[in-house]
Design a protein around this ligand. Structure first.
Ligand SMILES: [Zn+2]
Length: 442
């Protein structure tokens, strides 16, 4: 990737030099200006043009500030000074021919300019800082509501500086994600290369591992299992397991409901039939995008929603609009249920639930239910007993309430909830090295 930006830098160097010489020539020959002035004007024009092209094309940076411009000028002035010192040393000190000394000076300053821009002016770190605040703030907003994500579910990401993507790390919750923790930085074109229907789960795990980029001062978490579909989509991606969205995503007539609810709106959600989370889902999203490159909203059957936009704020507004359309269209009530957990001992928590007998944990509505509630849950007189740490027990309780809410709303509407079949549940529970389970609950 450094090679690609260096190549682009050389091309822009050539273009800037051509502009420099043309301006110099026009001012000297056409306007009759003094050669030193003409040269100065030519140099400055080349510098300005170079700044914009290097910023947006070579380094694909968004950073544009007085500080960035000042640093840019410093890099070029530094190189100019270095070049003059080197020239006088080579020509006067070592008696090199001037043309040869000049070639050496140009070669050296090309490198110092590139290094200065890449490692000081347009660094991935400065780009990350520009974007990450908004993503964190949106992630916290999403993570604050049990109706939107339960436990460690859901994830968000942003692409920056050309080929980097910051994505929620596995084992993190949206509400605790911060710029320095709970995030993984990956080389997303590398992730994309590994997304094919022919890739195996373990190959895909390896690709994901290899795609992690270690940058100084940047967080280095393990990328979320759902990183694949983040790589496929636009600059910002938000994915949640919203109970409101899941009232259509987990309903037998979900696809047609989705069509009729959004018929008269300017949002066109793409329906994606259920496939296992991780590689299969990422491939399905990739195929959907190939068919509809402009799609920005994806309803994942028996799973949740994915939205994509150019900025975190736009993505959040889009997410909220989709939620509002579904809630209003189906007259869904706000999910206001809360739960308490009573500690029985170090690794047992009781969730008091008067109608615990009515909750069928065997009907699995969405993958995280299989992850959280297949094992280590027992039904007792006072409610459900979770064999888990407190944070896991919280995820389990939230998942129970989400399932109850979705099922009761779908039934109230007179529709039929769809359960995953045994094979799908087994697939979720037996993913390679239990990566998915760990990704969600550890
Ligand atoms: Zn998910």
């Amino acid at each position: 990737m450094l090679k690609k930006s260096f190549l682009r830098f050389l091309i822009i160097g050539g273009v800037s030099t051509a502009i420099n010489y043309s301006v110099f020539h026009v001012f000297l020959a056409v306007f009759g200006m003094h050669y030193a002035m003409s040269s100065g004007v030519g140099y400055c024009t080349g510098l300005v043009v170079g700044y914009f092209f290097n910023k947006s094309w070579t380094f694909q940076a968004a950073r544009h500030s007085v500080a960035a411009i000042t640093q840019y000028i410093c890099v070029y002035l530094g190189s100019l000074t270095l070049s003059l010192v080197l020239l006088s040393f080579l020509i006067e000190g070592l008696s090199f021919p001037a043309w040869f000394a000049n070639i050496i000076a140009i070669g050296l300053t090309t490198i110092t300019n590139f290094v200065g821009l890449r490692f000081w002016v347009f660094t991935p770190e400065s780009e990350y800082e520009l974007y990450i605040k908004d993503l964190i703030s949106v992630s916290h907003k999403l993570g604050a509501s049990m109706a939107v994500v339960q436990g460690g579910g859901g994830n968000t990401s942003i692409k920056f500086a050309g080929h980097y993507m910051a994505v929620k790390a596995s084992g993190t919750t949206l509400s605790t994600m911060s710029a320095s923790k709970g995030i993984s930085i990956v080389d997303y074109p590398h992730v994309l290369n590994g997304l094919s229907p022919h890739t195996t789960e373990s190959e895909s795990e390896k690709v994901l591992k290899d795609s992690v980029v270690q940058l100084p001062t940047m967080p280095t978490g393990r990328p979320s299992m759902e990183t694949g579909f983040h790589a496929v989509l636009g600059r910002v991606v938000l994915h949640t397991h919203s109970v409101y969205i899941n009232c259509i995503a987990c309903s037998e007539n979900g696809r047609s409901l989705c069509e009729s609810l959004f018929k008269d709106t300017d949002i066109f959600p793409v329906w994606i039939d259920y496939v296992a989370p991780g590689l299969q889902l990422s491939v399905a999203v990739k195929q959907a995008v190939q068919k509809q490159p402009d799609a920005t909203v994806f309803i994942l059957a028996s799973h949740g929603i994915v939205v994509t936009a150019e900025t975190s704020k736009e993505a959040y507004v889009l997410y909220e609009s989709v939620t509002k359309i579904i809630k209003t269209g189906l007259s869904l009530s706000d999910m206001t249920e809360t739960y308490t957990l009573e500690k029985r001992d170090e690794d047992h928590y009781v969730m008091p639930l008067p109608d615990a007998d009515d909750v069928s944990l065997r009907d699995v509505l969405f993958p995280d239910q299989a992850i959280y509630l297949t094992h280590n849950v027992t039904r007792e007189k006072e409610g459900l007993v979770f064999k888990a740490s407190l944070s896991k027990a919280e995820g389990m309780a939230e998942t129970v309430l989400a399932k109850i809410y979705i099922e009761s709303e779908i039934n109230r509407l007179g529709y039929t909830p769809v359960s995953l079949n045994d094979e799908d549940v087994a697939l979720v529970l037996n993913m390679p090295s239990e990566a998915y389970r760990k990704a969600v609950i550890e």
